[in-house]
Ligand binder design. Structure first.
Ligand SMILES: Cc1ncc(COP(=O)(O)O)c(C=O)c1O
Length: 371
């Protein structure tokens, strides 16, 4: 099966371990194990005791009842039995696409966004049309363009809300229009929802609460800041959950006892986790904004309190060559925009720890002065 290389991952796999100032990532500064296990103020005592007594068998195949119950609480209308645990949101997207997309299917994918959402359907033999996001429309795609792309045989529309790399959140009203269009031809709408706005989360609407044929994928990797446990999920109606179960048995079995226990612990303390992460995002967003305001060669459509941003550079140099030199000469890592097919830009992961962000931006400013 042919598949394109994953632009961002291939960049990070080569360069991320050589960065001194990594301002490329899209996760809110990850929590340490100590921080996670101290969320209940017990320093992990009851958690480790529970773990000690736990048989290391496969555990709950689809995720424990506690996990499903906690995840279902994140939505208005999802039954716990329709939550399926996956290996991160990557696993959730793959499961949904692998289960539903066949050769010759028509798929419309927001572009650019998370590359899985267009290159997996392509690799499965689908005809994929891009629905472009536009910088001059605050990185929104145009609803009229979707109307022009939709076909009676469109099988699925794929979105990433909020979007990686831009951090733009699609409003409820906009998603409702997408749903109307999808409904008119019976298409599924898959939305990767790993980036929740940490300020005014009420502005976020999950596709599964808007559309019966919606598929929400998510994980604890970004907004919840613990990618290390590799836990994600799909949230769907019953019919889709049953289809996914069939394919899931072939691809993952389970996420593991330890990961499930950690995920439940984090979800039960989600208010604390989100409060911690909101503080980081809002604080760092102001630093990013001040920096961009002071940099004549940089502009940005500010993200909506989600943990990724996409800055634009006004420089007379190839973006990737610029990012490689920046890393080699200043130790600062970005993701060049050409990895999202958007040269002239770069993903700037501003939600790292404050000291790294400040020093990274200082060095980036120094580097920009060469022009
Ligand atoms: C939109 C999107 N979905 C999924 C992922 C990966 O998520 P996970 O770590 O849960 O597999 C990323 C990581 O960059 C992402 O940006």
């Amino acid at each position: 099966m042919e598949i394109a290389g994953f632009g961002v991952e291939e960049w990070l796999n080569v360069w991320e371990k050589s960065a001194t100032y990594d301002i490329a990532q899209s996760t809110v500064s990850s929590m340490t194990m100590h921080e996670v296990l101290n969320l209940d103020g017990e320093n992990g005592q009851s958690f480790y005791q529970m773990l000690d007594e736990q048989k290391m068998n496969y555990g709950w195949i689809e995720g424990s009842p506690e996990f499903k119950e906690e995840v279902a609480k994140l939505y208005d209308h999802v039954a716990p039995e329709n939550i399926l645990q996956t290996n991160g949101a990557t696993g959730a997207n793959h499961l949904a696409l692998y289960s539903l997309i066949e050769p010759g299917d028509h798929v419309i994918s927001e572009y650019p966004s998370y590359q899985q959402l267009y290159d997996i359907p392509k690799s499965l033999g689908a005809e994929v049309d891009f629905w472009h996001i536009k910088e001059d429309a605050d990185w929104y795609p145009d609803i009229d363009e979707l109307k022009a792309l939709i076909r009676p045989d469109t099988k699925m529309i794929c979105l990433n809300n909020a979007n990686n790399p831009t951090g733009t959140l699609l409003s409820r009203e906009f998603l409702e229009q997408v749903v109307e269009i999808a409904k008119s031809v019976g298409a599924y709408v898959l939305v990767d929802e790993v980036y929740l706005p940490l300020d005014h989360p009420e502005n976020f609407a999950s596709i599964i609460d808007l559309y019966d044929k919606g598929i929400a994928t998510n994980s604890l990797s970004k907004t919840y800041s613990i990618p290390g446990i590799r836990v994600g999920w799909t949230a769907t109606n019953t019919e889709l959950a049953d289809i996914f179960r069939k394919y899931r048995d072939y691809t993952m079995i389970c996420a593991g006892i330890f990961n499930d226990l950690m995920a439940v612990h984090v979800l039960r303390h989600k208010d604390q986790v989100l409060a911690r992460n909101k503080k980081i995002v809002l604080n760092n967003l102001q630093i990013l904004k001040d920096w961009v305001d002071s940099e004549p060669r940089v502009s940005v459509v500010l993200p909506q309190a989600v943990s990724t941003s996409f800055v634009k550079f006004d420089i007379p140099e190839d973006t990737e060559a610029f990012c490689v030199r920046l890393l080699q000469e200043e130790g600062v890592l970005l993701v060049p925009g050409n990895r999202f097919d958007m040269p002239g830009h770069a993903r700037l992961g501003y939600c790292t720890d404050e000291a790294t962000l400040r020093e990274g931006l200082k060095r980036l400013s120094k580097f920009l002065k060469q022009y």
